[in-house]
Design a protein around this ligand. Structure first.
Ligand code: FEO
Length: 407
């Protein structure tokens, strides 16, 4: 390392032969549409085996931080192998430059990973494809690979260092959380649960059926796990079962007696309707999250949906459409493919009233079971309309009691 500016970064010891050498991104607030209020980390790991191995790299602007942390332990040129568990740019952006610096003997990735890396970077370096279940010798240790296709990219895989019972799990079990602490036992549990849930809801939810299968392979009855090292956020060394149990719960997508009412409003008519619906739900014994989209982000709605059993959506009509911000939220939620939901739509309008039908169409496309034809109020709701809104809430509550569990 010739630079003095960046020589202060240090590696953090994870286990006897493994060091964290990643980067901390304190400032990132937008991860392709997911708001990351606590920043993030891009974790990379150094395995000090006979064949020194680097597991994953970091986002391109953080290359010097990665190399500096490595240099606090060894000369980066001593690295023999690089393993890329996931091709997305937050873990590979600096890979071409790192290959140039290190000149490793081999770079490994899954079969799809090898293709993806070449399509990203058009590399001169050959990427050696490894198969599911394959192991490579690092001399005194062995690294084995588990393909985890579509978790959450086709290239995704895990690496397992059996001698240290350590799983490198790329995005899985991770969270967007920048911190000076590197381990789960150093961070408040409520923050861990919140950020892990937010990450799951915004990144992994569409792949929940695959996660259930994955948990069979790596969970309590699968690999012998002492440490789980994801590519974002803290390393799990104390409470691995906590994150495994949470993933099981989230992946099942079993609805609870909770309703999310998400609404847009122009002149408060749809807002008043939302509040009347909320009162009806509450009277029916259902937990509620009432979300005005002016005051919340799409990724906050996704987080609240993670344990919800009902989604109730309201929008006024503007120029024959639902409000554009509501279309944003619904497009995002639809892509996350939440399951086992009931729901309803409502809104207000001046003359055309198209939004109600559009919202219902999206909910139907999302396979949300509509329990009511919905309520469309012209201009400002009167007492009778608000009674109908209250009754709609009560109706959803009744249905939710039949289909949802407590929780
Ligand atoms: Fe953290 Fe899918 O990249």
């Amino acid at each position: 390392m010739s630079s003095t500016r960046q020589d202060f970064y240090k590696a953090v010891k994870v286990s006897d032969h493994v060091y964290w050498v990643g980067a901390i991104d304190w400032d990132i607030r937008n991860f392709h549409g997911y708001t990351t209020r606590r920043g993030s980390t891009y974790n990379a790991y150094l395995v000090l085996a006979d064949k020194i191995t680097l597991i994953d790299t970091v986002k391109a602007p953080f290359k010097e931080e990665l190399l500096s942390r490595i240099a606090s332990v060894i000369d980066p040129k001593e690295i023999a192998y690089i393993v890329s568990n996931h091709s997305e740019m937050d873990h590979t952006g600096c890979l071409p430059d790192v290959i140039d610096v290190i000149k490793p003997e081999k770079v490994y990735a899954s079969t799809m990973g090898a293709k993806t890396l070449n399509e990203h970077f058009h590399l001169d370096q050959e990427i050696v494809a490894v198969k599911d279940g394959q192991s490579i010798s690092l001399g005194n240790m062995n690294l084995s690979f588990l393909e985890t296709r579509m978790l959450h990219w086709p290239d995704s895989m895990f690496s397992y260092l059996g001698e240290e019972k350590l799983l490198f799990s790329q995005d899985a079990f991770g969270m967007h959380l920048a911190s000076s602490e590197r381990f789960d036992d150093e961070i408040d549990g409520s923050i861990l649960r919140y950020e892990a849930a937010t990450y799951y809801a915004n990144i992994l939810l569409p792949f929940s059926p695959l996660i259930l299968k994955l948990l069979d392979r790596v969970g309590k009855s699968g690999l012998d796990l002492k440490i789980v090292s994801p590519d974002h956020g803290p390393i799990w060394r104390k409470d691995i079962n906590m994150i495994l149990d949470l993933y099981s719960k989230w992946a099942i997508q079993s609805p609870t007696k909770k309703a999310v009412i998400v609404y847009a409003t122009m002149w408060h008519s749809t807002e008043i309707m939302a509040e009347a619906i909320a009162e009806g739900l509450s009277a029916g014994g259902v937990r509620i999250k009432l979300m005005n989209i002016d005051d919340c982000h799409r990724s906050d709605v996704a987080y609240e949906m993670l344990d919800a059993g009902a989604l109730i959506v309201g929008s006024p009509t503007l120029n024959n459409n639902m409000l554009p911000a509501m279309a944003d939220i619904l497009t995002y939620l639809k892509g996350l493919r939440p399951k086992n939901l009931i729901g309803a739509a409502f809104g207000s309008y001046g003359w055309s009233g198209d939004a109600l039908g559009q919202v219902k169409d999206v909910l139907t496309n999302m396979k949300v079971e509509l329990v009511d034809e919905g309520i469309n109020v012209r201009y400002v709701p009167d007492a009778d309309s608000l009674d109908k809104c209250f009754s709609l809430g009560a109706k959803v509550a009744q249905k939710l009691k039949e289909v949802a569990r407590d929780g």
